[in-house]
Design a protein around this ligand. Sequence first.
Ligand code: ATP
Length: 209
Amino acid sequence: MVVFGGTFDPVHVGHLHAVDTLRGVLRASRVVCLPAGEPPHRPPPAASAAHRLAMLQLALANKPGWVIDTRELDRPGPSYTVLSLGELRAEYPDQPLCLALGVDAVLGLPRWHRWKEVLALAGIVVMHRPGWSLPDPLPAWWSGAQLDSHDSLPESGGWIKVVETPPIDVAAADIRADLANGISIETKVPAVVVAYIKEHELYGENTRV
Ligand code: ATP
């Protein structure tokens, strides 16, 4: 299964298209979205957990195979990925876990709580992101785990694979800034989510971007 964590503040087309592509490449039947309750390495989200979850539910309503897992919203304390992966591994012992991360997120991996365990529990699938390049040379922890494009995926964790996802130049921070500045976000967010943001007047002038 593909495990896709994020703040989703709000969910946007970059998330959806990149992970759809990756899912096709991996031929994965399921994408498990893990919205973070308290993201440990960044300021608190601008929208409440309830709003972020509602937007994700709307965005995924007609996307078969995508499910939302609320364990990080339900668990008190920082939303450490290592805890969620450990639980998923115990609950689905026969299913390889593929953690989908944008290049920006992979570069921050060594700052994550118990990051080596994260890499041991799951394979990491890297999505391209405009504005971010793969480091050259790759750091040793990355190059040691890197699979070539023709390698088949090991059942266990401990590997990293870069997948050719389309570059989609959308970021939630830009969407929040656009909304605070009265700029249209229609091309960046599914229409149902645009309607939700308007209805609930999210990300107004005083929003943290
Ligand atoms: P923010 O701008 O608030 O930091 P974000 O747009 O990066 O938010 P997150 O919910 O923090 O969104 O990201 C969740 C995951 O999705 C991360 O692994 C991130 O790298 C990846 N991601 C986000 N946007 C894109 C994109 N446009 N293309 C590929 N991956 C993306």
